[in-house]
Design a protein around this ligand. Structure first.
Ligand code: FUL
Length: 442
């Protein structure tokens, strides 16, 4: 036998061993979810028409009356701006259902909108399917309308509510958003939620769905509504002993995850393009600027989190011109910044990656990735540039994950060096990208 064959076999075996997964791992659905990077949140319902953020639950159904509902416009706008999915508030805390839920008498069916024949979920899910944009739902467990709220029966009502959305009528649902807010219902009582029952119902009908809550199991709240994940941000979290809402993990754990956390529950950064979650005429001049959106992008997607940007439809049932224009400007800015990767080639030696760069072109962004399918490993790293005097430090940071974009001073150099200074297991970095951003100002 050729003496190299066993040696080669051993080498391959060693490589395979080296790349063994480490720690808590993402499921295929969670990997696909994280690849989406940016999704649109749509807060829409009676509050759109009353100007409230939290409806009372006593609003007449006729309040909901979009004059020119056009879910295709939402989906096409989201798609053109580079967002991969849309999550709609199918039912917010006021209990009003944007579909004719058999578990409620407070729905589009009881309204005079389209003579009670309208169904926003149908229209949105069909538009999403046509455009190849993923469809997700927010269904608030807190319900200020349902008379059963605050009694054990409500948990069964909520299961029926979930089933009527997730049971197949509206096709695949990529994310189920569970809001932790738990206030009082119409009888002044709070509900003891049966989370295992709710999650089990979601998985029964949509086994691939990523469930959002403070503790997942699919993804976690980032701990604030301002649009920033932690500079340190682990995809892993210790969930034992915690529940969604008030029994959730600390704000720091939500924001940064837990190093070596027992479960893979990555952060989702939900933030509104406007001051409020629902559309209001008075906020048309308060839509976030491109600069603010870029900051949010760097501090969410650029910090190993998915960005869920709320762009609420108006009383016509359309994304307002101010918001849709801003989304296009945001897209144009991202395209310009990330159009050209200035890294020429990349070499690895141990825990050090050296990247060749064209010395005539400046860069000020370093984009890093880890192969998260094998577990998140990098604890800390350092970025340096070669100068005539030796290596100059540009940044020292912690954690990478799915994507990490580090803002560094404007630099011209022939070589960049990334050194992983601490890791839980052998670091598996992907391609390192170097970019120049002339738009964002801190
Ligand atoms: C919160 C809710 O109370 C807000 O109204 C909004 O829906 C936000 C995304 O989540 O918990």
């Amino acid at each position: 036998m050729n003496k190299w064959i066993p040696a080669l076999g051993l080498a391959l075996l060693l490589t395979a061993c080296e790349e063994k997964p480490y720690g808590a791992l993402p499921s295929p659905s969670q990997i696909a979810w994280q690849d989406m990077e940016m999704n649109i949140f749509c807060h829409f319902g009676p509050n759109t028409f009353t100007g409230l953020e939290w409806g009372e639950g006593t609003e007449a159904e006729d309040i909901f009356n979009p004059t020119a509902l056009d879910c295709r416009q939402w989906v096409r706008t989201a798609k053109a701006a580079g967002f991969k999915g849309i999550i709609l508030t199918a039912k917010h805390h006021d209990g009003f259902c944007l579909w004719p839920s058999p578990a409620s008498t407070h729905t589009v069916r009881e309204s005079s909108w389209r003579n009670g024949q309208g169904d926003v979920l149908k229209e949105l899910s069909e538009a999403c399917a046509e455009e190849g944009v993923k469809f997700g739902v927010y269904i608030s467990p807190w319900d200020r309308n349902d008379p059963h709220y605050g009694t054990p029966e409500y948990n069964d009502v909520f299961v029926q509510t979930l089933e009527s959305v997730l049971g197949g009528t509206y096709g695949p649902v990529f994310e189920q958003w569970f809001d932790g807010a738990n206030g009082e219902g119409p009888n002044g009582k709070k509900q003891v939620y049966d989370w295992p029952l709710f999650n089990g119902t979601v998985f029964k009908h949509q086994p691939q769905a990523v469930i959002f809550s403070d503790v997942g199991p699919g993804c976690r709240w980032v701990g604030n509504e301002e649009g920033h994940a932690g500079r340190t941000n682990w995809g892993t979290l210790n969930t034992e002993g915690f529940t969604p809402g008030q029994g959730g993990p600390s704000q720091q754990s939500l924001n940064e995850g837990d190093c070596s956390g027992s479960r893979w529950v990555p952060a989702e950064t939900d933030v509104s393009i406007r001051p409020g979650w629902f559309w209001r005429e008075s906020e048309n001049d308060k839509v976030k600027s491109v600069n603010e959106l870029l900051k949010i992008y760097y501090e969410s997607v650029g910090r190993n989190s998915l960005l869920l940007l709320n762009v609420p439809p108006d009383t016509r049932g359309r994304l307002h011109e101010v918001d849709s224009t801003r989304l296009m400007e945001f897209r144009a800015a991202l395209d310009q910044i990330f159009a050209q990767d200035l890294a020429v080639s990349q070499k690895r030696k141990g825990q050090v990656w050296t990247v060749k760069v064209n010395p005539e072109k400046p860069f000020n962004r370093v984009a890093l990735t880890e192969d998260i399918a094998k577990g998140q490993r990098v604890v800390s790293f350092m970025i340096e540039a070669r100068t005539a005097e030796g290596w100059e430090r540009l940044a020292e940071e912690s954690t990478i994950g799915h994507k990490r974009i580090v803002l560094v001073p404007e630099t011209c150099t022939s070589e960049v060096r990334v050194t992983v200074t601490d890791a839980l297991a052998k670091p598996l970095l992907g391609k390192i990208g170097l970019y120049y951003d002339s738009i964002y100002s801190e």
